[in-house]
Design a protein around this ligand. Sequence first.
Ligand SMILES: [Zn+2]
Length: 261
Amino acid sequence: MRGHLIVDVPLIAAAVSLAPVYGLAPLAWITLAATGIHTWGVVNPRSSLYMPVWWRLPKGSDGVALTFDDGPHPERTPAVLDLLAKHGQKATFFLIGENVRRHPALVRRIVDEGHAVGLHSDTHSWWFNCWPPPKLRRDLERCAASISDATGRAAPTLFRPPVGLKNPMVGFVTGRLGLRTVTWSCRALDTGSATVEQVTTRLANGLKPRAILGMHDGAEPDKPRPGTLCVDALARLLPILRERGLTSRALCATQRGIDVG
Ligand SMILES: [Zn+2]
């Protein structure tokens, strides 16, 4: 609720005190400003206004973190794992609970090969950000239990919000569950009509020490997305990673935030 207290309370107080003197114009401007700040807090992957987020690796880290969302996927996830193994890199996969229940063996393979897994909600609903806390909690706990069942290990403590949206209710629940919310410093935008050259260039531009790169190996459970854009871009990106002397490692939660293992 921290963000609401910081943004809304002073703005409402200002609007109430100015309205009798200046009419409704200040109220309109203050409402517009509040809407803009609120939107920034919800949408911007680097904003910790409504909940703490980690969008790059901590100071002192010279590595990077490749991350993959929406999996596991029966074709693309194995192809991504093969490429990572070939180049000796580790990554983090933010998984959808429904996809985990469909492909548990793939989740086991991800962790057996030394990569990290995190929660990306149970069904990747576009309404996730609008749900009340009890429903959010049930969703995340179901996703965590499915991953834990598949791996035989403790439930993950890393979380990436569906569509990257954040708000005080999501922050309240993730705080209660002890989750670390990880966004990104560079997003591949690899789910639309971009070409492999465009996606690779975007990722290469964001490839610098402490970067967290966001890609998609999977797809939402009810929206299969054909194609190998993520895999093809990764195949081009991994040699660039090596040329720049960078190493990708799996993310892990720490007492104070995140790091790479
Ligand atoms: Zn997603």
